[in-house]
Design a protein around this ligand. Structure first.
Ligand code: GLV
Ligand code: MN
Ligand code: MN
Length: 461
């Protein structure tokens, strides 16, 4: 039997319905936005895949010509003639894709695709410089993948509400000037004119190089991106580690990026005759440095965790077969997701260096070279990446980034997220670095989808 509610019961029911609706409204709105952006992703082309993987491959292969090494990879150091030529190639590609290109005073290359509304910019891209004897995918995939996203949007006539901007950051690797993520560091306001006098191994200063890039070093700080002007920053990158490949997962969603600190250390001894100087009267800088290299490794290994420490080279002077080394210069690099762990390890390393110096009759001094804080990915950007991957049927895996990234610097001024794709054998910073073309294309598809999801979700009308 149906009993009609009394007037007061009806009012109570209406109030409850309103309460539930108020509670559910944002979630319903979010789902509607997501549905709209994903169906836009799926409807804007044949099938659900949007990008031209062949075009992506051919531009990446062309980029690999700049600085090509006989072993197959590239040496395309930031601030080198080779990189300068590669930059010109990439600028041409950006212009062909219809982007409005500008280069900021730190040498960062931006290509703008205006949006329909007056909104903050959705920025995405990576870097095209490499390490010494590096590979063809680190930075290159995220850079040319970003340009491919623009071409795919153009092909399908997709308009976005937010302006979209592709960025190619300057000197991410930092093999020149010892400063990693240089361009994004300046853009985020973390590096300034104090870096201009740093010299590369040819004796050229950073200011000299910026002039070669057509920039006025005195205007370096004009490269700062004012807070609030970016809706988000998204970077596609190869994983550079083994996790995705080992677990057969095509897409990694970065949760956080490690922090890093670097110092340049000089062990000073005394150069003397190798045949006539008794063993107990030597001040052998290389002997001390060698023990110090091992001390770095011992300290880093002494506690459980994912922290790492590296001495990447030792430069010895005078470097003759019959002369005791008088000077040994070496960098120390420490990385972890927690700055306190890095600081604790450095404290212990310094204590060990002191003891070694006393025993070897040498003096070691270390000066700070670089400092990159750990960064967390933004939940909204991560969700856009999960949603885009899901719409394409890709499984995802949450991962940290053990490599430093330009995205790390961007996290200071914008919500940041990163997409990883598998690296064969977990190898990177090597000519053997490789990502299969289908895996590379999958990453670009996810970037494409994530940009559209963010465009729909951020700054709702
Ligand atoms: C750059 O890729 C770094 O992690 O050093
Ligand atoms: Mn990189
Ligand atoms: Mn790298």
């Amino acid at each position: 039997m149906f009993v009609s509610p009394t007037a007061s019961q009806a009012a109570k029911i209406a109030r409850n319905v309103c309460r539930i609706a108020t509670f559910l409204a944002p979630a319903i709105l979010w789902l509607a936005c997501l549905q709209r952006s994903l169906s836009q992703t799926q409807q804007t082309g044949p099938g659900k895949f949007q990008i031209d993987s062949q075009r992506l491959q051919s531009t990446l292969e062309k980029l690999s010509e700049f600085g090509k090494n006989p072993e197959g990879g590239v040496t395309r150091l930031g601030f080198s003639e080779t990189e300068l030529a590669a930059r010109e190639y990439v600028i041409r590609l950006m212009k062909q894709a219809g982007l409005q290109v500008r280069v900021d005073p730190a040498g960062n290359i931006f290509g703008l695709r205006p949006g329909s509304d007056k909104l903050p910019t959705l920025l995405f891209g990576s870097h095209i410089d490499s390490v010494l004897h590096g590979g063809n995918f680190d930075g290159a995939l995220g850079s040319l993948g970003a340009i491919e996203v623009i071409r795919a949007l153009n092909d399908r006539g997709v308009k976005t509400r937010h302006p979209l901007e592709v960025v190619i950051w300057t000197n991410e690797e930092g093999n020149h000037f010892g400063l990693t993520t240089l361009g994004s560091g300046v853009a985020a306001g973390q590096l300034g004119p104090e870096i201009l006098d740093r010299k590369d191994d040819q004796g050229l200063t950073l200011a000299d190089w910026l002039r070669r890039y057509g920039q006025d070093p005195a205007r370096l700080t004009d490269a700062r991106i004012p807070p609030g002007t970016l809706a988000a920053f998204v970077e596609l990158h190869i994983e550079q580690g083994p996790n995705l490949e080992e677990n057969k997962i095509p897409i990694g969603v970065v949760q956080g990026i490690v922090g890093l600190k670097r110092w340049m250390c000089v062990a000073s001894g005394f150069a003397n005759h190798a045949g006539t100087t008794p063993m107990n009267r030597r001040k052998d800088a290389l002997a001390a440095a060698s023990r110090e290299v091992l001390a770095v490794r011992d300290v880093v290994r002494a506690e459980p965790g994912r922290q790492v420490g590296t001495v990447g080279f030792v430069k010895v002077e005078p470097g003759a077969v019959n002369v005791i080394p008088g000077r040994a210069e070496f960098p120390v690099e420490l990385r972890d997701l927690d700055t306190a762990v890095i600081d604790r390890m450095w404290q212990r390393i310094q204590e060990k260096f002191k003891a070694i110096d006393q025993e070897e009759n040498v003096q070691t001094t270390c000066t700070p070279l670089d400092d990159a804080e750990p960064a967390s990915a933004d939940p909204v950007v991560k969700n856009a990446i999960y949603a885009a991957a899901k719409s394409l049927g890709f499984a995802t895996m949450d991962l940290p980034s053990g490599a430093v990234q330009d995205a790390q610097k961007m996290a200071k001024i914008a919500p940041m997220g990163m997409i990883f794709v598998p690296s064969r054998g977990g190898i990177s910073h090597s000519p053997k670095e490789f990502t299969s073309w289908p895996d590379a294309a999958n990453g670009v598809e996810v970037l494409y989808g994530a940009i559209l999801v963010l465009d729909a979700q951020l700054n709702p009308r």
